[in-house]
Ligand binder design. Structure first.
Ligand SMILES: [Zn+2]
Length: 92
């Protein structure tokens, strides 16, 4: 098993909240700008990104587990309120 035979048509990312893998299309990308985690709603912001299911449960888990500083390897403050608003917008 080489582990490299995965199809590339559907890229997967790990949700930093529940740690489950999902298609990137179903996840909200979060980036750090000026030390704050902000939602990248259009997927166009530069820099290192973390991925999160657009659900309040995953956001809460990520905040509680300090997954944001770990994901970005930096002292960052999750903009929980801003992210929650983004989740509402991203939710189907
Ligand atoms: Zn999740």
């Amino acid at each position: 098993m080489s582990g490299r035979s995965h199809a590339r048509a559907c890229p997967e990312r790990t949700c930093i909240g529940c740690r489950q893998r999902s298609a990137r299309d179903g996840l909200l990308r979060v980036v750090v700008i000026g030390g704050r985690c902000v939602p990248d709603l259009r997927g166009t912001l530069p820099g290192r990104g973390a991925y999160l299911h657009p659900t309040p449960t995953c956001l809460e888990q990520a905040v509680r587990r300090r997954a944001f500083p770990r994901a970005f390897r930096a002292q960052v403050t999750p903009d929980a309120d801003g992210l929650r608003v983004a989740l509402d917008q991203a939710a189907p």
